[in-house]
Design a protein around this ligand. Structure first.
Ligand SMILES: [Zn+2]
Length: 298
């Protein structure tokens, strides 16, 4: 019995077989390819299965998706921008496996609910902020999937005070200010010459200057967005993971200040934002949980 998980991320494809304790034992990953996207996924999955019988496959994809049709259309995968029927392709590859598709944020929420900080918390917002932002909403112990499977798209909540252009075509979205790719772009516009988001985050941790300003700007936007979402959903608990969450006080201090400024209603006074402990396997592990649940339902 092998549970497989596949992550179609904005920057990587990752696959893993998940053991009894559902930890990603050995993650196989490649950068998002320009061509041959499904062929590369197929190779990753066959390697991860290692010849054993696959009972379930959970697929976590960055959005948008059409969950019912089993179609993904992530903007970051050039071949799939207009839609790719990934569930059908996966069923052909593993005919005896239950295959289930979910958006990355929903999978992240499943991982936090089963193995992370929201294990005993029925109402929470979970977020991952790396190059892009994904989010999942838990209400009364249930994860909000939404009408088309795209529920929890917190990266496109509008943030007052910002007007940065967003990859979705709009302006002033949270992802356009606080997503790692946007933070990196803003820092470079100010003259920073470092190589990567990880470098920027490391520089922000130890110093002031452009990296700290870029990360601080993201922290402010995150605090504003989180305050709005918490008020809408009557939430008091937020779990924040991803590369940006590792930036230390440069991110967390302005984030906390923005929450203190904006989350003022009586039911929001205990609003807590805590770092995730799932590191970079959260989405993948959640995909495995999703697939295993589909197999259990038959
Ligand atoms: Zn947007």
């Amino acid at each position: 019995m092998t549970i497989l998980a596949l992550e179609i991320g904005p920057t990587r494809f990752a696959a893993s077989a998940l053991g009894e304790e559902v930890g990603a034992d050995e993650v196989r990953q490649i950068p998002v390819p320009d061509r041959g996207a499904w062929e590369r996924c197929r190779e990753l999955l066959i390697e991860a299965a290692a010849g054993s019988e696959v009972t379930s496959l959970g697929i976590a994809s960055s959005g948008p998706i059409d969950m019912e049709a089993g179609v993904v259309a992530p903007a970051e995968v050039p071949e799939w921008r207009t839609g790719f029927a990934i569930v059908e392709a996966a069923r052909k590859l593993f005919p005896s496996a239950a295959v289930q598709l979910g958006i990355d944020g929903v999978c992240l929420a499943l991982a936090e609910q089963n193995f992370g900080a929201t294990n005993a918390v029925p109402d929470a917002l979970v977020m991952s902020v790396s190059d892009h932002i994904c989010g999942g909403v838990m209400m009364g112990g249930f994860i909000v999937v939404g009408r088309t499977g795209n529920g929890g798209h917190v990266g496109h909540v509008l943030i007052p005070g910002f007007d940065d252009p967003c990859s979705c075509g709009g302006r002033g979205c949270l992802e356009a200010v606080a997503g790692g790719a946007a933070v990196l772009r803003w820092a470079r516009q100010q003259g920073w010459t470092g190589a990567s988001l990880l470098d920027l985050v490391e520089a922000a941790k130890v110093g002031e200057g452009i990296p700290a300003a870029a990360v601080g700007r993201a922290g402010t936007a995150l605090g504003r967005g989180i305050s709005s979402v918490a008020a809408l959903l009557d939430h008091d608990f937020v779990v924040l993971g991803g590369t940006m969450a590792q930036a230390g006080p440069a991110l967390w201090k302005p984030l906390g200040e923005a929450v203190a400024t904006h989350a003022r209603l009586s039911f929001l006074t205990g609003l807590r934002v805590v770092p995730s402990e799932l590191r970079d396997v959260g989405i993948l592990v959640g995909a495995g949980v999703l697939g295993a649940a589909a197999a259990a339902q038959g």
